[in-house]
Design a protein around this ligand. Structure first.
Ligand code: TXA
Ligand code: MG
Length: 527
């Protein structure tokens, strides 16, 4: 197929191609898109073949007026209207409940549809001219970095599509923000040109989907199917370095070799020798980094480097979109040199697991002392043989019986000390090993933090407090035990004043779960 090269004066030709069910690459303010008539299933299917796009990944529908919107969605929440008033046209895609007009080729089995009202004049003119909405994913081969210049589009799609409209490089350079407004709080599915902070100014707190910062496993269900695929990936392995730029530059200088590529902030260009060095803006210029990231990743493909080291900005504001694309491009091969060890402790039922689960969703690593201990009891031959020597009565046919072990040390402080001396050594070694190998900040969950001395290894220790009755209720429902037994368990644990005296930070967990999560985020981000 010959791809017709069009420009702003040839919108009529583009319209004709789209009308007969062909697909055409179009510029937008974010990235180039590959457009089809959103109401023509056959045309839409051509997008999937040209891009090699996974079949379950739904498409964004682009509109140029509110009549189109009304025909495509089942309802528009009031709060979403505020966002539309403030950010449309522009790089904010909203996910609504869909109307029956939306073909399943767009929504791919979901009952929602993602709608974007762009700001790019040429895009809007074309949609108006067509009179129908345009489905358009980014105009790249799936898995490759999105296209931000016309040259990129030809690189990926020349000969595979009927037409391509030539325009300047895209103004923003990263795809639009995707926000699900079908339930409250609104959910950020993909960070982009409109930042989470900007959205929150108008509609209050939003939640960030776990796929934005962390890795999604094949088996996990995701809110936005596109999030589970390796994306934006250059051919060479990419290592993303987070933390203070002086530190990340030093790390790269020490580790990169002559065949490697380096993507660094402008200030550090002269810091390196030998390797292929590309810059993507000053360390404080996130707009430039957003604008140039995909272009630079593509250049590395052309010059064939072995491995790419990239300096990553902080994830505040537009930085969240840049870090999200970088981390995904690397398949989450991230090294955080600003790594810290955050200890958490507190009574049973106070909320330690909520803390660790939430931190994990946000891409942090967890070392859970209890879990390490139980794994060792199941798998560590050395520890088991030491236990066998001291507590032979707790073993039956060479298998440890934990209930018996418990009975042996219960109310016998000497025996308990003996047990702790054995297990502590193994638990400590394993925990420290895992902390050493962690690539990001670690949350170190230790119920007996100060008694074990593990606080020595933490940069800060967070104590989680909660009212007696709340803790009791949580233990009862979690462990399915009686009220009496749950209270008895809490009686044996340290009281609030102990934690207040020893911990660096105290947080309380007696209110709304979202407030608790907010406090956790503040701690994780070091605010
Ligand atoms: O800036 C952009 O949004 C560009 C330009 C061309 O407008 N388009 C774009 O489309 O990035 P695409 O297909 O590359 O990314 C669309 C993302 C995917 O992650 C997809 O899974 C998600 O939006 N998405 C689409 N419909 C959805 C829905 N109904 N619910 C949740 N996520 C949806
Ligand atoms: Mg895409």
């Amino acid at each position: 197929m010959i791809t017709l090269i069009l420009d702003e004066n040839k919108l009529d030709t583009a319209k004709s191609l789209l009308e007969i069910g062909e697909i055409v690459a179009i510029p937008t303010e974010t990235v180039y898109g590959l457009a089809a008539n959103a109401l023509n299933p056959h045309a839409i299917s051509k997008i999937f073949s040209a891009k090699g796009r996974p079949q379950d990944n739904p498409l964004i529908v682009h509109i140029s007026n509110y009549e189109m919107l009304n025909s495509l969605v089942a309802e528009i929440p009031e709060k979403a209207k505020i966002l539309m008033d403030n950010f449309w046209g522009g790089p904010l895609t909203l996910v609504f409940k869909k109307s029956d007009l939306v073909p399943d080729e767009i929504s791919k089995g979901l009952d929602t549809v993602a709608i974007r009202f762009p700001s790019h004049k040429l895009t809007l003119d074309l949609i108006e001219l067509c009179g129908f909405p345009l489905a358009a994913p980014s105009a790249n081969i799936s898995g490759r970095p999105s296209t931000t210049t016309f040259e990129h589009v030809l690189e990926d799609l020349n000969g595979k599509i009927a037409g391509a409209i030539k325009d300047k490089p895209c103004e923003i350079g990263l795809e639009s923000t995707v926000l699900d407004v079908t339930s409250e709080p609104f959910r950020l599915l993909r960070p982009g040109g409109v930042t989470a902070e900007q959205i929150e100014q108008f509609v209050g707190k939003i939640v960030t989907d776990k796929a934005v910062l962390g890795e999604i496993l094949d088996t996990q269900k995701v809110s936005s199917p596109g999030m589970k695929y390796k994306h934006y990936a250059p051919k060479a392995d990419l290592v993303v370095l987070c933390g203070n730029p002086d530190k990340t530059a030093k790390y790269i200088a020490q580790n990169a070799s002559i065949n490697d590529g380096i993507l660094c902030f402008d200030e550090y260009e002269h810091y390196f020798f030998g390797a292929s060095i590309l810059t993507f803006g000053s360390k404080n210029d996130i707009s430039s980094q957003a604008n140039l990231l995909f272009d630079k990743l593509r250049i590395f493909d052309l010059i064939s480097v072995e491995k790419i080291y990239a300096q990553c900005p902080s994830d505040i504001g537009l930085g969240l979109a840049v870090t999200n694309r970088m981390k995904k491009a690397s398949g989450f091969n991230v090294l955080d040199l600003g790594q810290k060890i955050i200890g958490i402790t507190g009574n049973s039922g106070s909320g330690k697991t909520t803390f660790t689960d939430f931190a994990k969703e946000n891409g942090y690593e967890i070392v859970d002392c209890d879990e390490v201990y139980h794994n060792l009891l199941e798998n560590n031959a050395d520890m088991l043989s030491e236990l066998f020597e001291s507590f032979p009565q707790a073993f039956e046919n060479n298998v440890i019986n934990l209930k018996k072990l418990g009975e042996l040390v219960f109310e016998n402080s000497e025996k308990l000390e003996q047990l702790n001396a054995i297990t502590h050594k193994f638990v400590k070694e394993t925990c420290l090993d895992r902390i050493k190998n962690a690539k990001t900040t670690v949350i170190f969950d230790v119920p007996l933090m100060f008694e074990s001395g593990f606080n020595e290894y933490c940069d800060i220790v967070v104590g989680i407090l909660s009212k007696e009755e709340n803790k009791t209720q949580r233990i009862i429902s979690r462990d399915n035990i009686s009220h009496e037994y749950a209270s008895a368990r809490l009686k044996n644990q340290k009281n609030d004043s102990f934690y207040m005296a020893n911990c660096d930070i105290i947080i309380e967990n007696d209110g709304e779960i979202n407030d608790f999560k907010q406090k956790i985020l503040e701690i994780l981000k070091g605010e």
